[in-house]
Design a binder for this molecule. Structure first.
Ligand code: FAD
Length: 317
C-alpha cells in the first residue's frame, strides 16, 4: 500500500463497495492505447449514485481520485496512478419526449457511440456525429468531443456535476464554457486540484427519419475507416492549431511511420500514434515530444495536446 491511502480509508471503501474495490489493477486493460501501469486502488461504479458516493468518500478521506471513462483520450504512465481510479460504468439512459423534440438523460458512464446508434435506430437526430467516437458520455462532456462538424456543445442542455466540498448541481450548457475540444472541466486537467465529476448529462435530440439518420451515420463510419488507422491508439494526439491540421504538420515534418519502441506515428494519419508492438507509455510520450519539437522547429507552431498525460511520469526519469 502506498502512502497515498490509509488503511482506514480503504476499509471505508470496502464497507461501501465490497469486492468492487480492487488493488493494483493494470490500467493498460482499460485504455484504448493499451498502455499504463497499475491503479493503486481501483473501483468499479455501476450507477451515478455510486459514482457520487465514491467521489464524496474519496474527498472526505483525502484520497486523490481519477475518473476513468473509456480511457480513449488519456495516456497513463507506466508507473500507474496513485490513489483511487474510479472506472465509470454508470450506464442508465432514459428518453423524455417534449413538445419540440426529445431529451435524453444519460448517466456519464454510458458508451457514447452505443448511445448514438441507439438514437439513430429510434429516429432521434443530432448525435450521429458520435457513432464512431469511443469512450463515455462523461469523457465527451468534459472534452467537448466532436466530429463531422458537430460536438457535445451542440447537444448538451445541462449536466449534473459533483463539485468537491459542495455537492452536486446542474450546469447549463453556457456554464460549461465550451470551445474546440475544451470546457471548464477540461481546463482543470494537469492541475493539482480536486476535480469536478460529471454524473449525468441531458442531451437535446430532434425527431427525424431513422433511415436518413442511418445513412448519415454510415457515411461517417465509412469516412473514419478510410482516414484513420485501426488498432490501439488514443485518436488524435494534438489539437489542430489555428489554420492548420496537426496531422498535416506532423506528416510534413517527415514523421509518418516514425517509431519509438512499440509505438509508431501512423502511416495512415500522422496525428494518430499506434501501439502495434507492446508499446510502453514512455514510448508514446517520446513520440509526442518528437512530434511537438519537430513541428515547432520546422513551422514555429506550438501544438497543444488533445490527450491528457495521466499518472506519475516523474518515476521514470
Ligand atoms: C480511435 C479513436 C478515435 C477517436 N475519435 C475522436 C473523434 O472523432 N472526436 C473526438 O472528440 N475524440 C475522439 N477520440 C478521443 C476520445 O474518444 C474522446 O476524447 C472521448 O470523449 C473520451 O472519452 P473517455 O470516456 O474515453 O474519456 P477518458 O479517456 O476515460 O477520460 C478523459 C478525461 O476525462 C475525464 N473524465 C472522464 N469521465 C469523466 C466524468 N464522468 N467526470 C469528470 N471527468 C471525467 C477523465 O478523468 C480524463 O481526464 C478518439 C479516440 C480514439 C481511440
Amino acid at each position: 500500500m502506498n502512502v497515498t491511502t490509509s488503511l482506514r480509508a480503504v476499509e471505508r471503501f470496502r464497507e461501501l463497495f465490497g469486492a468492487q474495490l480492487q488493488v493494483g489493477v493494470p490500467l493498460s486493460r482499460y485504455t484504448s492505447a493499451r498502455v499504463g501501469g497499475p491503479a493503486e486502488l481501483f473501483l468499479v461504479v455501476n450507477s451515478a449514485a455510486e459514482l457520487e458516493t465514491a467521489v464524496e468518500t474519496a474527498y472526505a478521506q483525502r484520497i486523490p481520485y481519477f475518473i476513468l471513462g473509456g480511457g480513449s483520450n488519456i495516456v497513463v504512465s507506466d508507473a500507474g496512478i496513485r490513489g483511487l481510479v474510479i472506472l465509470n460504468k454508470a450506464k442508465n439512459v432514459t428518453f423524455r419526449h417534449t413538445g419540440a423534440g426529445v431529451i435524453c438523460i444519460a448517466e456519464s458512464g454510458a458508451n457514447l457511440s452505443a448511445l448514438a446508434r441507439q438514437c439513430v435506430s429510434k429516429g432521434l437526430g443530432g448525435l450521429e456525429w458520435a457513432v464512431g467516437v469511443p469512450g463515455t458520455v462523461g469523457g465527451a462532456v468534459v472534452g467537448n468531443a466532436g466530429a463531422h462538424g458537430a460536438d457535445m456543445n451542440s447537444n448538451l442542455r445541462a449536466a449534473a456535476i459533483w463539485e468537491p466540498g459542495r455537492g452536486t448541481r446542474i450546469y447549463s450548457n453556457e456554464e460549461m464554457q465550451y470551445a474546440y475540444r475544451d470546457s471548464i472541466l477540461k481546463r482543470e486537467h494537469g492541475k493539482e486540484i480536486w476535480r469536478r465529476v460529471v454524473l449525468s448529462a441531458e442531451l437535446s435530440l430532434t425527431l427525424a427519419d431513422p433511415q436518413a439518420l442511418a445513412a448519415r451515420a454510415e457515411a461517417f463510419t465509412t469516412h473514419r475507416k478510410q482516414t484513420q488507422p485501426g488498432g490501439a491508439s488514443c485518436g488524435s494526439m494534438f489539437k489542430n492549431p489555428e489554420n492548420y491540421y496537426a496531422g498535416y504538420l506532423i506528416e510534413t515534418a517527415g514523421l509518418k511511420g516514425y517509431r519509438v519502441g512499440g509505438a509508431q506515428i501512423s502511416q495512415k494519419h500522422a496525428n494518430f500514434f499506434v501501439n502495434d508492438e507492446d508499446a510502453t507509455a514512455e514510448n508514446i510520450r517520446a513520440l509526442l515530444a518528437e512530434a511537438w519539437n519537430s513541428v515547432r522547429e520546422q513551422f514555429g507552431v506550438e501544438m497543444e495536446l488533445e490527450i491528457e498525460l495521466v499518472g506519475d511520469w516523474r518515476f521514470e526519469q
